[in-house]
Design a protein around this ligand. Sequence first.
Ligand code: F3S
Length: 276
Amino acid sequence: MKIYLAKHAGFCFGVKRAMDIATKLIGEDNVYSLGPLIHNPQVVEDLEMKGIKCVKELDEIPKGKVIIRAHGVPPQEIQQAKELRLDVVNAVCPYVKKVHNITKKLEEGGYQVIILGEKKHPEVIGIKGNSENAIVIEDLRDTKKLSNYKKIGLVSQTTQSKEKFGELIEELEKHTQELKVYNTICDATEQRQQSAVELAKKVDLMIVLGGYNSGNTRRLAELCSKETETVHVEKFSDLDKKVLAGKEEIGVTAGASTPDYLIKELLKELKSYRVG
Ligand code: F3S
């Protein structure tokens, strides 16, 4: 059994940055993250053990520091944190911040903002908060249902796929006289998707490692499954070993919120695993 790791896999710049910011706060009292710092339950559990507590709502925090994670939040929540006299630690990925700024500018310029993204994903909720009436679309079907607007401005959740983003443009043109398109998919996402697909084309099985709650990991699995048999697991022990039977070449990739140690562990276990 030969095992290959995708050229780009695991922690992206924004996640690494958020982790570094959080790590520096370990040992201080009253440090909280608003929502899981990154979409990886193993990492979040580890941070909890080191004293960084994860809360769902700001009013669960009595006092102290609140880390705003890489995905960002709507501006109203930052305001609320300040009103609660919490010390805001900004770990928002600069690429996400850029989407917030574009969204604000489009709205000020009279554009109907359309966001390609997962309606319930925190990053999308954060982007949407920068506009009074932005509309989130998840796919071409949603796009077809849109009304017509004089001017439309399109942005994307940073972890969407380029193909999906491209598909929508032609349809959106039918709904407006003026379409402004900002491809806000970040480089790290594109690199991970491209190298995963390249590898998937060559192997009998792809293993995609990362949080089940991680949108970018789910998207990697979706793209790989178009090329070859694909499984998405959070750790090696989750893997149903039956899928390894008869496989000669196995590819591994990992989402942008998957830490190195979990990738190394999976590779090590796979290399020593003998199909019975
Ligand atoms: Fe930032 Fe892109 Fe990662 S937007 S958090 S570098 S996936």
